[in-house]
Design a protein around this ligand. Structure first.
Ligand code: 13P
Length: 240
């Protein structure tokens, strides 16, 4: 059975103390992680990363950046930002719909960021997804195709992930049917991409089992439920 990644995008849900307390509680559940079917990546707020790293005792839980707070200037700037805190970051989310909307990031700058991260051996999780309006117009797949990298970075053996996160599903409790998710994920791998495939949007302990019925799914990018300790543990238990 393949491993499932849980990417916990804490956004701004937890302050520093809450993030540390969360991780300290998680340390007590160490046996949930060894030889089991989940890999965990936590994405705290960037400024909390060093403290979270210090508190974390579980070796196979890794840490990542939610994104960058500035526009790309150079490869070295991105690289140093990722490594500057000394926390050995493995991963970075790019193209989250909140970045696309609030920071007006377009497909071009997002893909530029994606390729730079990937070339720098940081595991990028590229978010793609349609708005409600695009969905209503039947534009789901064309929208997503425009958000994908044009070519697979085949030269780079480091894996990367594409997270299908329909904008209308984020934080709303509305989740597409498994068939709809399957259609999108199949479209992603048919378009010359061979990434790991994640789903994100209102995932919680009540719907994760049903979503796991989708064979193509390699992981979940989870917001709200990943910042609630009990929900998070329940999700891990259900996957295991
Ligand atoms: P929710 O799980 O709160 O819907 O958020 C999803 C998300 O935006 C993860 O990046």
């Amino acid at each position: 059975m393949k491993k499932i990644t849980i990417a916990a995008n804490w956004k701004k849900y937890l302050n520093e103390k809450e993030s540390i307390d969360f991780v300290k509680k998680l340390n007590k559940y160490e046996d949930l992680f060894y030889n089991k079917y989940v890999d965990i990546i936590l994405f705290p707020q960037a400024e909390h990363l060093p403290a979270v790293k210090d508190a974390l005792e579980i070796k196979n839980v890794t840490l990542g950046l939610q994104d960058y707070d500035y526009r790309i200037k150079s490869d070295s700037e991105i690289s140093s930002r990722c490594h500057s805190s000394g926390v050995g970051l493995d991963s970075c989310i790019v193209g989250h719909s909140e970045r696309r909307m609030l920071h007006k990031e377009d497909n071009k700058s997002i893909l530029e960021k994606f390729h730079i991260l990937h070339a720098r051996d940081i595991y990028p999780i590229l978010c793609v997804g349609e708005t409600q309006e695009q969905r209503d117009l039947g534009d789901t797949l064309p929208t997503i195709y425009k958000q994908l990298p044009e070519e697979t970075p085949l030269f780079n053996p480091l894996p990367y992930a594409i997270a299908y996160e329909p904008v209308w599903s984020i934080g709303t409790g509305n989740v597409p049917s498994n068939k709809e998710i399957e259609l999108v994920l199949s479209g992603v791998i048919n378009s010359k991409n061979q990434p790991y495939l994640f789903y994100g949007g209102s995932v919680n302990e009540d719907n994760v089992e049903k979503l796991l019925e989708i064979d193509l799914i390699d992981g979940f990018l989870i917001g709200g439920a990943s910042a609630k300790f009990d929900s998070f543990i329940q999700i891990i238990k259900k996957i295991n």
